[in-house]
Design a protein around this ligand. Structure first.
Ligand SMILES: [Zn+2]
Length: 249
């Protein structure tokens, strides 16, 4: 298993408070850093993860990118939430040869991991006033991020450029990550160190986090931009109507 550089995804289901891949789903392998594209805008798992807010979002995320691999994450593997629903092996599936299907993650633990990931991203990447509180939060987030990425490491994969010609060997760099969540923290670190900017949508009814691909991008989507423009237009019209009423008085 090329942990970290590649992942498995399939159709998920929620059973007894835990999320897992359906037994008969088609399993799809993808490369974390190069193989994830979604229409025009390439969305990497870590960028999709910061937008997960509801259980439905979580199910969509797992369908697109796979389980987080929380059983390999120290902060969650031994957490109290896990005492009731052990997410290591589903009893019904014990003995199945295919190991993709034996893993499950308590949905409450999944949501907790997502929230902590989003809070780390916010603390590190949003520009906030330099209060002492925020500096402390940022320091804490930095320590947490360093903890996650210290468990990931670069490696080389034995790649052949041409499968009919095994003499032509090409070393390809890959990242080893214990879990998809580790890989998400690594993605966050790469964005942070390469200067990619995380912003909050300027539409006050949205305020979702998004990555700005242009320096002046203020909204997370066309939809939000149009909605905000319509609202601004409405308020201008209302102000105009109001001021003409006042002059009439
Ligand atoms: Zn928005």
């Amino acid at each position: 298993m090329y942990e970290g550089s590649g992942w498995w995804r399939g159709e998920p289901e929620i059973i007894n408070g835990a999320i897992r891949l359906k037994k008969n789903t088609h399993i799809n392998f993808y490369q974390f850093f190069t193989g994830v594209t979604e229409e025009a805008d390439p969305i990497m798992p870590h960028r999709a993860l910061i937008r997960v807010q509801t259980v439905k979002d979580a199910v969509d995320f797992v369908g697109k990118y796979g389980l987080l691999g929380l059983w390999k994450c120290k902060p969650y593997a031994f957490s109290e939430v896990n005492l009731k629903i052990n997410f290591i092996i589903d009893e019904d599936r014990r003995g199945e040869m295919d190991f993709y299907f034996q893993w499950q993650e308590p949905i409450s633990l999944f949501m907790l991991a997502v929230r902590e990931f989003r809070e780390t991203a916010e603390a590190l990447m949003l520009s906030e006033p330099a209060t002492d509180d925020f500096k402390a939060t940022r320091r804490e987030a930095l320590n947490s991020l360093d903890g996650w990425i210290s468990e990931c490491h670069p490696a080389t994969t034995a790649g052949f450029t041409d499968f009919t010609n095994f003499t032509e060997f090409k070393a390809r760099p890959i990242w080893h990550c214990p879990s998809l969540l580790h890989a998400c923290y690594l993605g966050l670190w790469l964005d942070l160190t390469e200067g990619r900017k995380l912003r909050r949508c300027a539409d006050k009814y949205c305020e979702r986090l998004f990555y700005a691909d242009r320096p002046n991008k203020r909204f997370c989507s066309e939809e939000c931009r149009n909605r905000a423009n319509r609202r601004a237009h409405y308020h201008r019209q209302k102000d105009k109507a109001l001021s003409s009423c006042i002059t009439d008085l």
